[in-house]
Write a protein that binds this ligand. Structure first.
Ligand SMILES: Nc1ncnc2c1ncn2[C@@H]1O[C@H](COP(=O)(O)OP(=O)(O)OP(=O)(O)O)[C@@H](O)[C@H]1O
Ligand SMILES: [Mg+2]
Length: 229
């Protein structure tokens, strides 16, 4: 049985007359880590949005857990998406009106409602990212690195099968970036989530099982981890 969670088959995307990419084949298997790099404007965020069906492809198919969801209704996609994907963005996109714990419980509120086990899980993960005791802090009082660590925890809250991280450390200094990256990779490994990492940082891309470059509208594999490399 295939353990592919999400897949793009011969996908094309254009915005009006402008072709962003075509002929894209990409699949993400359970627990694997994939890096995608490429110049600014090459279409990395668009690719991620198409995989999560936040944006529809202009051609080809998007497959989630073996089902073709390319023509699926938005309401159905909104129900399926949180179980499959957890998102981390360059700017953390936390809700400033809610404190840290409320931000973490928000994705649970949308999917199932909040239970005590969710509160325990959130507190446990906060400890794991060295943010113990920050539950009631106001988001606006956190540093950039601290916000990003909260965003990492938030992405894990629904136990998604894939974490999609779009330049998650792009706004951090090198030390905080390394720490946040280690936390993302560590938590994904521990909870069995696959990781799709979009990054300009070649060092981070090399840490992934495979990495690809989006260039001239095509996806090229640039690295596959092996014990020898
Ligand atoms: N909704 C849209 N309508 C029209 N053009 C768009 C839209 N979204 C993105 N584009 C264009 O598609 C191209 C790819 O954008 P995208 O955001 O995917 O690039 P990127 O590789 O993520 O870049 P960066 O590294 O700067 O984040 C850009 O030229 C952008 O202007
Ligand atoms: Mg982008």
């Amino acid at each position: 049985m295939s353990n592919i969670i999400a897949e793009l088959r011969d996908v094309r995307k254009n915005f009006q007359d402008s072709l962003i990419f075509s002929g894209i084949d990409l699949w993400i298997e359970e627990g694997e880590t994939i890096g995608i790099c490429g110049d600014s404007g090459s279409g990395k965020t668009t690719l991620m949005n198409v995989l999560g069906m936040l944006d529809r492809p202009s051609g080809g198919s998007v497959i989630w857990e073996g089902n073709d969801v390319t023509g699926e209704r938005s309401s159905k996609l909104s129900k399926l998406r949180p179980k499959l994907f957890g998102y981390i963005f360059q700017r953390c996109n936390l809700i400033p009106e809610l404190n840290v714990l409320e931000n973490l419980l928000f994705p649970r509120r949308i999917v199932t409602g909040v239970e005590q086990s969710d509160v325990d899980f959130a507190k446990n993960l906060l400890k794991r990212v060295s943010m113990s005791g920050a539950e009631s802090r106001n988001i606006t009082t956190l540093s950039g690195g601290e916000r990003q660590r909260v965003a990492v925890v938030r992405a894990m809250m629904n136990h998604p099968k894939i974490i999609i991280a779009d330049e998650p450390t792009g706004s951090l200094d090198e030390r905080s970036a390394d720490a946040v990256m280690d936390m993302i990779v560590g938590l994904c490994g521990e909870y069995g989530s696959a990781l799709l990492l979009i990054t300009h940082n070649g060092r981070f891309a090399k840490k992934m099982n495979t990495s690809h470059k989006l260039h001239g509208g095509k996806l090229e594999k640039i690295h596959r981890w092996s014990r020898e490399s």
